[in-house]
Design a protein around this ligand. Structure first.
Ligand code: GDP
Length: 298
């Protein structure tokens, strides 16, 4: 699944790296290393990860003539090690409902990601309740309602402008009442009034925590992969205010810049838990660093 969604990035990186080897082998010197660096950068991985890869290739091969496959393997291993994460699995409460709060800037793919995550959980036979906490946008509530009908799960919603914290509260209450395995709560993502939004997120957290100590068990930050490095600074505020525990990287299929996973992993110091690979219900995959690194360069 991950392999399919990364076609564009692979075309760029794979072809670019192969392109460095017009003849059978190549001498690894500064010229080669600079060209390699430039090609890595085109995937939007940013200078730090690209430098680490460059250094690794230099350390191993400088002054030697190398084959394409040797370099590909070294790059794959370095990417894999940069993406290593121990906590990539979705949290599960020891008992009672697992509460997942989903945050992110409008347009990042938040609502779609909630739909896909719900489908993923339903396919694994979990019961769930959705909370339409983005009460600011009527369209978001409508969209989530459609998802709940498609998936066949309960949804808690209110009128436009109702306090999102009260929706969060009722969602958790509903989850407890029907003994749901998961409660997934949407939140607003408007950037214009960022300060209020951050306070709102903190209030939602408090309300949930009051109802179930230790919840929310997971706070997922949805990022748009096509936004490249811009996504990073935009989402920093969300991550800090909401106490995020993991990332959903949406729209990785639509981007020639899958390399963006590397700086995201580095700068947020959060595990990437899922990647979005299309607009359909099934177009999401649990993120696995190994298959990602392989897919990127195979
Ligand atoms: P929200 O404003 O953050 O809730 O964003 P939406 O969930 O409404 O998504 C914004 C747009 O991105 C919609 O047109 C979605 O269909 C699209 N989208 C979301 N996730 C993905 C994805 O993984 N791949 C692709 N290609 N499109 C996506």
């Amino acid at each position: 699944k991950i392999t399919g969604g990364l076609q564009k990035t692979r075309r760029v990186l794979g072809t670019d790296i192969r392109d460095l080897f017009k003849s059978a082998g190549r001498l690894v010197d500064d010229e080669f290393l600079d060209e390699l660096f430039a090609r890595l950068i085109r995937t939007d991985m940013g200078t730090k990860p690209a430098n680490l890869i460059r250094d690794e290739v230099a350390k191993k091969y400088r002054g030697r003539v190398v084959e394409l496959e040797e370099v590909i393997q070294t790059i794959t291993e370095e990417i894999r090690s940069q993406l290593r994460q121990d906590d990539g699995d979705l949290a599960k409460a020891k008992s009672g409902p697992t509460v997942i709060l989903v945050v992110g800037v409008n347009g990042s793919g938040k609502t779609t990601s909630i739909g896909k995550l719900s489908h993923y959980l339903r396919a694994a036979r979990y019961s769930l309740v959705l909370g339409a906490g983005d009460t600011f946008r009527a369209a978001a509530v409508e969209q989530l309602t459609i998802w709940s009908e498609r998936i066949g799960c309960e949804i808690v919603k209110g009128n436009k402008g109702v306090d999102p914290a009260s929706i969060a509260y009722q969602t958790v209450e509903k989850a407890l009442e029907i003994k749901a395995d998961y409660a997934i709560i949407d939140t607003a993502g408007r950037l214009q009034t960022q300060k209020n939004l951050m306070q709102e997120l903190q209030k939602i957290r408090r309300v949930i925590e009051k109802k179930i100590p230790g919840a929310p068990h997971e706070v997922l930050l949805v990022l748009d992969a096509t936004a490249g490095q811009n996504a990073i600074s935009q989402a920093k505020g969300f991550s800090e205010a909401a106490g995020c525990t993991g990332i959903v990287l949406a729209k990785l299929d639509g981007s020639a810049k899958g390399g963006v996973v590397l700086p995201i992993r580095d700068q947020f110091q959060l595990p990437v838990k899922f990647v979005g690979l299309g607009e359909g219900m099934q177009d999401m995959a649990a993120f696995d660093p190994d298959s990602f690194a392989d897919a990127l360069l195979k």
